[in-house]
Design a protein around this ligand. Structure first.
Ligand SMILES: [Zn+2]
Ligand SMILES: [Zn+2]
Length: 109
């Protein structure tokens, strides 16, 4: 009786550990990379690149204008006309001046 209970507990424990490890793995990964960076004297934000990808345009430098409107017959027609109108509907990102990146707030002097 005691043996069964012990092995059951052990199995439960291993299962819980594996479960926790699976859940926590990405967090541990991020934690390690962040601590590695700080150990190496690198910026936690940008890894010493001195810049970070623009959060608004996701580094593209361009934003699709009115992307919240999924149905735009005029834009659809333009797109079907070919590459000449391919840029219709795109505007330069104002947040990063269309660079796609910004200077890291941690590193900016
Ligand atoms: Zn930085
Ligand atoms: Zn941007």
């Amino acid at each position: 009786m005691e043996n069964i209970t012990a092995s059951e507990l052990a199995g439960l424990g291993v299962g819980t550990l594996l479960f926790c490890a699976t859940i926590a793995a990405p967090k541990i990964d991020a934690l390690i990379s962040a601590s590695q960076r700080s150990t190496l004297g690198m910026c936690r934000n940008c890894g010493d690149l001195k810049m970070i990808a623009c959060s608004k345009c996701k580094g593209a430098g361009m934003i699709k204008e009115g992307s919240f409107m999924s149905f735009n017959p005029i834009e659809g027609t333009f797109q079907s006309l070919g590459a000449r109108q391919a840029k219709v509907g795109f505007v330069s990102c104002a947040k990063c001046q269309a660079k796609g990146h910004m200077s890291c707030p941690n590193c900016s002097t």
